[in-house]
Design a protein around this ligand. Structure first.
Ligand code: F6R
Length: 243
């Protein structure tokens, strides 16, 4: 595991954008696994800046997102589809037909999860998977539990996640209770993984993920078993790690 220490959120965003840019430059037809949430917003801004400068070309890139709320239509401002369009896809030359997310409006979880796994298989798997991390160590919407979820699945969001995500909604009641998420096995199949973490409130989860026992009670701890993981975290997020 490679741990890159960033000074602050901006520095983390810049360093993470460097890694994504390198991937796109070295393999223009790569498959990027993407994440939403507040952590990657600065990084997406930097990628758009680089595209505008002519340094990056997304023309042959394919993307598959980690997750989507179940029950939110694409045009809902809180859907991850909307997020990806308003932070990246609408500002770069990516082919919209090559951007994939789980379909939150598919009411049949088995059919949707199978469809999404097939999408990932059909694009040839993920070259570089971006991950954020939840306060409880979740990755994607893989919440702490008794076992690691395998493939794409329908998740019941935990109270702490609903609480953390309510800032984007009018109230906690409006946060969807379920989501479709890539599973741990899906994530672990990516050739490379990039994890970005910012803020002291993530320090405990990051320490447990990087240095604690590998356990489904801390989903991020499984990353210790992946052969090619890079962590870009700011000083606050790394404050509980003795580096
Ligand atoms: C988002 C995702 C989540 C977030 C995590 C951190 O696609 O899968 O695991 O990465 O909840 O969210 P933020 O960045 O908002 O703290």
């Amino acid at each position: 595991m490679k741990i890159i220490k960033a000074k602050d959120y901006q520095d983390m965003s810049r360093k993470a954008a460097n890694i994504i840019s390198a991937q796109v430059i070295l393999k223009p037809d790569c498959v990027l696994g993407l994440a939403t949430g507040s952590t990657p917003i600065g990084m997406y801004e930097k990628l758009v800046e680089r595209y505008n400068k002519g340094d990056l070309d997304f023309g042959d890139v394919t993307t598959v997102n980690l997750d989507e709320y179940k029950g939110l239509p694409k045009e809902d401002e809180q859907s991850y589809y909307y997020f990806m369009h308003s932070h990246l896809f609408d500002y770069v030359n990516i082919n919209p037909d090559r951007t994939f997310l789980p379909d939150g409006m598919n009411e049949d979880p088995d059919a949707e999860c199978e469809r999404y796994e097939e999408v990932i298989r059909s694009v040839g798997g993920v070259d570089l998977q971006l991950l954020g991390m939840g306060h409880n160590g979740h990755i994607g919407f893989n919440e702490p539990g008794e076992e690691f979820a395998k493939g794409t699945h329908c998740v019941d969001l935990q109270p702490r996640t609903i609480e953390a995500n309510k800032r984007f909604f009018a109230s906690a009641e409006d946060v969807p209770r379920q989501a479709y998420s890539m599973g741990i096995q899906t994530i672990m199949k990516a050739k490379k993984i990039l994890v970005i973490v910012s803020g002291e409130d993530k320090a405990e989860a990051l320490k447990n993920s990087l240095f604690g026992p590998v356990t489904p009670h801390v989903p991020g701890s499984i990353l210790q078993m992946h052969p090619d993981v890079t962590i870009v975290a700011d000083e606050a997020a790394l404050s509980k790690c003795n580096l």
